[in-house]
Design a protein around this ligand. Structure first.
Ligand SMILES: [Zn+2]
Length: 393
């Protein structure tokens, strides 16, 4: 059974221990020690990494009685080793974890809104609240939580029996039997937890919520504490600085400026569509004028500077005339194609398109009177020639 140093000395970052067992876990060498300060993944907090002697600890797993250290290389049982925790990683976990206690307690105390689950990721952490929290609830809870952070309250650990625990005002029902480890934030929160926490709330630095979403009838809050909050602030600052530079506005004017730009772009799109429609009519008339009046008239042409919607508009204008079949191809690689015919012509445009796609690749589909494809690869002249043969066959 491994003695868990982190239960009683959460700030212990180096220790001496004896290897009691060696073996493998998923094909990787493992070491079990008589005692360890390495925290294994549990209760929402990720595992510690670091070194045992000259060997890297890449993962720490809780096996019940024993803590397993997944290591880069094995060593003999009986060996004495010095363990060193990667303290940057662990301290970050302690900031986030203690911050979670404070934040959850704030929601519990202010709104009786219970935390149902906690997860700490590599960049962001989440808590799930039983009920939905409004934006103003979140603001109030954050204000309260950060007040407790800045009051630099003591965070203490003690062990109690299940009977004693039953008489204490714990934030949530403990899930474990037997002796319980309680983490107390002075005059603010008392909960059963096996994780590692900072000694005073001041070390959390700051608690910030970066996002919220609805989740299983409640709210999921994405939050960051301490150094992560400072990093998140830097990322937001850079993003805002980039946006204000592009839009030439002040930060608080960004939402309105973006909305304005979107409206303008929508108006322009409408204008472009209208003009493209008019021009498509002219293009169709030009093509028909240049096509000899055989029955039906076959229009096959490559067009530069028209997108798929433009090609379709011209093809539709052509097909609106009596007894016309048309295949229009955009210049470019890959290329787009539209096949269309008048209502009084019997050919199947979709079938002709399929033959073109089989030959030149790309995707598309449509109806017997109008079909559209894109992503064709091949020489434009060749695509035009094949299309002409199919339309005149
Ligand atoms: Zn905890």
């Amino acid at each position: 059974m491994t003695d868990r140093i982190y239960y009683t000395e959460p700030s212990c970052r180096s220790f001496e221990a004896t290897v009691t067992r060696t073996g493998e876990h998923d094909g990787r060498p493992i070491l079990v020690l008589d005692r360890t300060a390495f925290y294994p993944t549990s209760g929402g907090q990720p595992f510690d990494t670091g070194t045992l002697g000259s060997v890297d600890v890449v993962e720490t797993i809780d096996e019940g009685d024993d803590i397993i250290h997944v290591v880069g290389a094995s060593m003999p049982a009986g060996a004495t080793v010095r363990g060193e925790i990667d303290w940057t990683r662990r301290f970050d976990h302690m900031q986030q974890h203690t911050g979670q206690h404070v934040l959850s307690a704030a929601f519990d105390r202010l709104f009786e809104n219970r935390t149902t689950s906690f997860h700490m990721g590599a960049d962001l952490s989440t808590i799930d609240l039983a009920r939905e929290a409004t934006a103003s609830d979140i603001e109030r809870a954050l204000e309260e939580a950060n007040r407790v952070v800045w009051e630099d309250r003591e965070v203490s650990v003690r062990f109690v029996s299940a009977d004693e625990a039953a008489r204490l005002p714990l934030r949530k029902e403990p899930v474990r039997e037997g002796t319980l480890r309680l983490v107390e934030i002075k005059d603010f929160d008392l909960s059963a937890c096996g994780g590692t926490h900072v000694h005073r709330t001041g070390a959390i630095g700051i608690i910030a919520v970066t996002n919220t979403e609805r989740f299983r009838g409640g709210s999921r809050l994405i939050f960051v504490c301490g150094a992560r909050a400072a990093r998140a602030f830097r990322h937001y600052r850079e993003a805002v600085a980039g946006a204000v530079r592009v839009l030439s506005v002040l930060p608080h004017e960004l939402p309105a400026a973006i909305e304005r730009a979107q409206l303008e772009s929508k108006d322009l799109r409408k204008t472009v569509n209208r003009l493209q429609g008019l021009l498509a009519g002219h293009e169709a008339a030009r093509m028909l004028a240049a096509t000899p009046g055989s029955e039906p008239r076959v229009v096959v042409e490559a067009l530069d500077g028209w997108d798929a919607a433009g090609l379709k508009a011209i093809a539709s204008a052509l097909a609106a005339q009596s007894r016309v079949v048309a295949a229009l191809v955009s210049v470019g690689d890959p290329t787009a194609v539209v096949v269309a015919r008048s209502q009084d012509v019997a050919i199947d445009a979709a079938k002709i398109l399929r033959t073109l796609l089989d030959r030149f690749g790309g995707r598309g589909g449509g109806r017997p009177d109008l079909a559209q494809g894109a992503g064709l690869r091949g020489r434009i002249e060749e695509i035009l020639e094949v299309a002409r043969q199919l339309l005149t066959a």
